[in-house]
Write a protein that binds this ligand. Structure first.
Ligand SMILES: Nc1nc2c(ncn2[C@@H]2O[C@H](COP(=O)(O)OP(=O)(O)OP(=O)(O)O)[C@@H](O)[C@H]2O)c(=O)[nH]1
Length: 400
């Protein structure tokens, strides 16, 4: 990828036919880009809007407050021929991308975009610097309203979070919004890929420290170190973060950035014992990973029941209404922000779990036993609040 100056202005030209980089599909994949304030989201988007990468991407910038003017200048969404053009105008850029700027994400804007379906391969949606991506991800992932309208045309591909390598740790420590745990951690928790940007500005130990915090909060998202958002788009688009495909988590973190560094923490496959669980906590947000042995259908039904109780009621199944009462209602409620799982049934059938907040789906995977065969055991990863030792013990009892 080539460098560009901040002053570079995307040139508006006739759209050129682009090579079909993405396989034809009914729905246009949508990627949500969230991130810490000033982490480099606009820089990444400007890169995408100006470089020749072969994808035709529709970029929606969802700005807020007083920064709107600065943002639109920086990203230059107004046409030189028509400086008065409203920010809801979609502009076709030299590299085949479309761009639009809207202050508040409106259904109308997405609908306008969908009218141009066929003119682009992918939608990138930028959220505000402090937006929790969970609600918007749920909206695009599974929404009855959308399913009869926009949802027909859009499929959520993934959530990308940009973290500032220089100020990331400080931002996480100081961010006390939303009952104390902070939106920045929720952003990390709810993302499928993390870009640790401004890696050029921080010493190695500092970058490593932020990276370790990120991996603790979200052990399943790959972390790529980037400079000025320089990332191969295949790592952030077409990732199938919500797909019901065989899921190979926890990943081995072989995450080589565009700069050629490998910062992975390797975990050899099979180096975990059954029911091994790992737990990490940062200011209330934590992750819990458990290996799941081969299950009978009846046991999978129990797991499903357990998930429903945790995701929908916010309590462990054993902490039913009666026990809550005897505890004076003091049991901490669970809040799962994201969960993923792979369950292997006796006979080899696999089920994939995907969940965002209270929405989840458990999907049998067809033809999952490919050339590499059926994995020895499954996995369950939960990211959220209140995932303490009692949750781990409850899972271990359920699964052993
Ligand atoms: N040195 C260096 N500077 C960067 C990098 N990425 C972005 N910047 C600069 O950091 C500043 C903030 O970047 P933006 O892209 O505006 O960040 P943002 O996340 O869009 O900011 P908000 O929308 O305000 O949250 C700009 O001056 C960028 O040029 C990087 O990797 N290295």
């Amino acid at each position: 990828m080539t460098e560009f100056d901040d002053e570079d202005i995307p040139v508006l030209i006739e759209h050129e036919p682009q090579p079909a980089e993405l396989p034809p599909q009914k729905r246009v994949p949508l990627t949500i880009i969230c991130g810490f304030l000033g982490a480099g989201k606009s820089t990444l988007l400007q890169r995408i809007l100006t470089e020749r990468h072969g994808y035709r991407i529709a970029v929606i910038m969802n700005e807020f407050g007083d920064t709107a003017d600065i943002e639109s200048k920086a990203i230059n969404v107004s046409s030189p021929d028509d400086p008065q053009a409203t920010s809801e105008e979609f502009l076709e850029l030299a590299n085949g991308c479309l761009c639009c700027s809207i202050k508040d994400l409106g259904v109308a804007a997405i609908e306008k975009l969908m009218q141009r379906k066929g003119a682009f391969d992918h939608i990138l949606l930028e959220t505000t610097g402090l937006a929790d991506p969970g609600p918007i991800a749920s909206m695009f992932w599974h929404n009855e309203e959308l399913a009869t309208g926009l949802g027909r045309d859009i499929a959520l591909d993934g959530v990308i979070c940009m973290v500032d390598a220089v100020f990331g740790k400080q931002q996480m420590a100081e961010d006390k919004t939303v009952d104390g745990d902070g939106e920045s951690l929720r952003q990390i928790a709810g993302s499928d890929v993390i870009l640790l940007n401004k890696a050029d500005l921080a010493p190695e130990e500092q970058v490593k420290e932020v990276e370790d915090i990120i991996r603790g909060v979200n052990p399943v998202a790959p972390v790529y170190r980037t400079v000025r958002g320089n990332i191969d788009l295949k790592h952030i688009m077409g990732i199938g973060g919500y797909a019901a495909a065989p899921w190979s988590a926890p990943p081995t973190h072989d995450h080589t950035s565009c700069e050629g560094h490998d910062h992975g923490h390797e975990h050899a496959p099979g180096d975990h014992k059954h029911l091994e669980s790992t737990h990490y906590e940062m200011r209330g947000i934590s992750s819990l990973q458990v290996s799941v042995p081969v299950l009978s259908q009846a046991r999978l039904d129990k797991v499903d029941e357990w998930i429903r109780s945790v995701l929908w009621e916010g309590i462990l199944p054993e902490h039913n209404a009666a026990s809550l009462k005897t505890n004076g209602g003091h049991l901490a409620r669970l809040e799962v922000l994201r969960c993923k799982g792979l369950f292997i049934l006796e006979g080899g059938v696999q089920h994939v779990l995907q969940g965002v907040r209270s929405l989840y789906e458990m999907t049998p995977v067809e033809g999952a036993s490919g050339p590499i065969g059926v994995p020895d055991d499954g996995k369950l990863v939960l990211i959220g609040k209140g995932l303490d030792d009692s949750v781990r013990k409850s899972l271990e009892t359920l699964l052993s």
